[in-house]
Design a protein around this ligand. Structure first.
Ligand code: UTP
Length: 295
C-alpha cells in the first residue's frame, strides 16, 4: 500500500440488530427508518458519493431486502409515475438507484461492528477505505469525510471521527485518549476504550460513525476477541493499532459540526425534527406548529 493512495471504497455496515429501536426494527433494519422522506442510510450513501467514493459495499444481515430494493430500480413504480407526469417523485425515486452500483456482502451473524468490517476484507483488499455507519448522519453542509480522507493520506494511518460530549454521556460511546499535534488540526490517538464508565473514561471525546481505515485493521480484527457485549468491537481493533509501537497509527479529527444520531428513539426524534424544520417546503409551517404545540 502506498502512502496517499486515493480512497475509493466505502463500507456501510448495516447488519446490526437495532435492539434500541425495537419493536420498529423487528422486521426492518434501523438504517431504513425514514428521516423525513428518505431512509437514514440514503443520507449516508449520498455523503460518501459526494466525498468522491465510487466503490460502495454494504454489509447486510437479516431483513436485508428492503435495503437492496431501496437502492435498486423499481420499473413498475417508475412507469406509473411517468404516466402520471409526476416528474418530481420520479426523480426522487430514481435518485436512490442512481447513487451508483452497490455491492452486498452478508454478515452471517451479528457478531459486532468489528466483525462486520472484517466481512469487507476480500472486497477491500490492500487499500485504505472508509466506513460509514448508517444511523449516524452528518449535515451535508459540514465537511468531515473529506477532511478524514485527507488526514489518512497525510499520515498513512487510520483516522477516526470524534466529538466532545458531556462527560456523563461518554459511556454510550467509544472513548479516545489523545495528544494534540503541534500545528495540525488533527490529533494522535493514544488509546481507545469502548463504552467506559465515567470514572474510567480517559476523556470526553466520543467516537462517532465515520472511519477511514488502513487495511492493517483486517489482520488485527482477525485476532480480536469478543469484547463488550460479547461482540467483536471495532474500537478494540483500533486500540490494538493505536497501542502498537510500529505500523500505521490512529489519528482523530474532532468534529464540531452538526451530527444527528438516529440509532435510538429520542435521538431519532430530535434528528427528524431538526432536519424537517430546515426543509424549505414545510420547515416554517412545522416550526410555527411546534411553537403552538409547546404553548
Ligand atoms: P450499533 O451497536 O449502533 O447497532 O452498531 P446495533 O447493534 O444494530 O444497535 P443496538 O445497539 O442493538 O440498538 C453500529 C453499526 O454497526 C452495524 C449496525 O447495523 C450499525 O450500523 N453492525 C453492528 C453490524 O453491521 N453488524 C453487527 O454485528 C453489529
Amino acid at each position: 500500500m502506498t502512502l496517499g493512495k486515493s480512497i475509493r471504497k466505502a463500507v456501510f455496515p448495516v447488519a446490526g440488530l437495532g435492539t434500541r429501536f425495537l419493536p420498529a426494527t423487528k422486521a426492518m433494519p434501523k438504517e431504513m427508518l425514514p428521516v423525513v422522506d428518505q431512509p437514514a442510510i440514503q443520507y449516508v450513501v449520498e455523503e460518501a458519493v459526494k466525498a468522491g467514493l465510487t466503490d460502495l459495499l454494504m454489509i447486510t444481515g437479516r431483513n436485508k431486502r428492503s435495503l437492496e430494493d431501496h437502492f435498486d430500480r423499481e420499473p413498475a413504480l417508475e412507469r406509473a409515475l411517468e404516466l402520471k407526469g409526476d416528474t418530481g417523485r420520479l426523480d426522487a425515486v430514481q435518485h436512490a438507484s442512481g447513487l451508483g452500483p452497490i455491492q452486498y456482502v452478508r454478515q452471517g451473524e451479528p457478531k459486532g461492528l468489528g466483525h462486520a468490517v472484517l466481512c469487507a476484507r476480500q472486497h477491500v483488499g490492500d487499500e485504505p477505505f472508509a466506513v460509514l455507519l448508517g444511523d449516524d448522519l452528518i449535515d451535508e453542509r459540514d465537511e468531515l469525510l473529506t477532511t478524514m480522507m485527507d488526514v489518512q493520506a497525510r499520515t498513512g494511518g487510520s483516522v477516526i471521527a470524534l466529538i466532545e460530549v458531556d462527560p456523563s454521556q461518554i459511556g454510550a460511546y467509544g472513548c479516545a485518549d489523545i495528544t494534540a499535534i503541534d500545528g495540525e488540526d488533527f490529533v494522535r490517538v493514544n488509546s481507545l476504550v469502548e463504552k467506559p464508565s465515567v470514572a474510567e473514561a480517559p476523556s470526553n471525546l466520543a467516537v462517532i460513525g465515520r472511519y477511514v481505515l488502513h487495511p492493517a485493521v483486517f489482520d488485527v480484527l482477525e485476532g480480536t476477541e469478543p469484547g463488550r457485549g460479547g461482540e467483536i468491537q471495532l474500537t478494540d481493533g483500533l486500540q490494538t493499532l493505536a497501542a502498537a509501537e510500529e505500523g500505521p497509527g490512529v489519528y482523530g479529527v474532532v468534529f464540531k459540526g452538526r451530527r444527528y444520531d438516529t440509532g435510538d428513539k429520542l435521538s431519532y426524534l430530535k434528528a427528524v425534527i431538526t432536519i424537517a424544520s430546515e426543509r424549505p417546503e414545510f420547515g416554517e409551517d412545522l416550526k410555527s406548529w411546534m411553537k403552538g404545540f409547546l404553548n
